[in-house]
Design a protein around this ligand. Structure first.
Ligand code: PAF
Length: 282
């Protein structure tokens, strides 16, 4: 697997692959890769001939008091993991190549509506940063398919909406969330947790499963959400939200709606802010 720092070099490689008739799969990441990321590479591999991953810790999607400076950067380890999982090329652009006029002066891609609620409300500007950098990466890589994790469910919907609205000829695939043995969704930010906090963080998935069971038992959305907050608090975390929404667009369901729903949680535990979700059938 070759690592490219310059977009022109990556572009030459992609052009050669295209001339040979290859379909290009793309997995954008911020690095510090774990089994969850590698499952995205495996899904991409099932839908494309050549797989490109990117590692770019994108400054514009972090708020001023967030962890941009301390976000774990582990490039050598990421390269080894990607190569072992059959990735064909890695793109590692520099910040000033992605933002040639400076991050603050960058053209911004705004996706109205879906970015104004939940994560978007709590992290102002976050999704504009994500949509902007993913648009730039899509332009540079020109993939046929791109894979995003379902753990960041709202991000997945933002990217889908953006791709469709900008008429980008890219198929967006969702990869199921990978979990630790205790149910904790894999995330680079889990390493901010002590081992005791990791054990306690199992409450998140447990609560999502309880929300789903209660929905099937016919309990009201309001009661389910209140119980979920109480369970998260009882485990010593501080919930930002524990809600039931429509899976299609994250709008509020009517009280009588019981299908096509998703439970979403964001909660703070120690130094980490953790998010997770569960689609609730039928
Ligand atoms: O999910 C992530 O790791 C990031 O938000 C992404 C999509 C790579 C954009 O920086």
């Amino acid at each position: 697997m070759d690592t490219f720092h310059a977009a022109a070099d990556l572009g030459a490689r992609v052009s050669a692959w295209r001339r040979a008739g290859a379909r290009i799969g793309f997995v954008p990441t911020m690095g510090n890769l774990h089994a969850g990321h590698f499952s995205l590479v495996e899904l991409a591999r099932a839908h494309a001939d050549k797989i490109i991953a990117s590692v770019f810790v994108n400054p514009t999607q972090f708020g001023p008091s967030e962890d941009f400076a301390s976000y774990p950067r582990t490039l050598a380890q990421d390269q080894a993991g990607l190569a072992a999982h059959g990735c064909d090329a890695l793109f590692v652009p520099a910040v000033d190549a992605m933002y040639p006029f400076g991050a603050a002066a960058s053209v911004r891609v705004e996706v109205p509506g879906i970015t104004e609620i939940l994560e978007g409300e709590l992290r102002p500007g976050h999704f504009a940063g994500v949509a902007t950098v993913v648009t730039k990466l899509f332009n540079l890589v020109q993939p046929d398919v791109a894979v995003f994790g379902q753990k960041d469910y709202q991000q997945l919907l933002v990217i889908r909406r953006m791709t469709e609205d900008l008429c980008l000829p890219i198929r967006i695939l969702a990869a199921p969330t990978r979990r630790e043995a205790n149910g904790l969704a894999m995330s680079s930010r889990n390493q901010y947790l002590s081992s005791e906090e990791r054990d306690r963080a199992a409450v998140i998935y447990r609560t999502l499963c309880a929300m789903s069971e209660q929905l099937h038992a016919g309990r009201s959305h309001k009661v389910i959400e209140a119980d979920a907050r109480a369970a998260l608090e009882a485990a010593g975390s501080v919930p930002d939200y524990a809600v039931i929404r429509r899976a299609s667009d994250l709008t509020l369901p009517d009280p009588a709606e019981h299908s096509g729903l998703i439970a979403l949680i964001a909660t703070r535990l120690g130094r980490a802010r953790l998010i997770d979700n569960l689609l609730m059938g039928p």
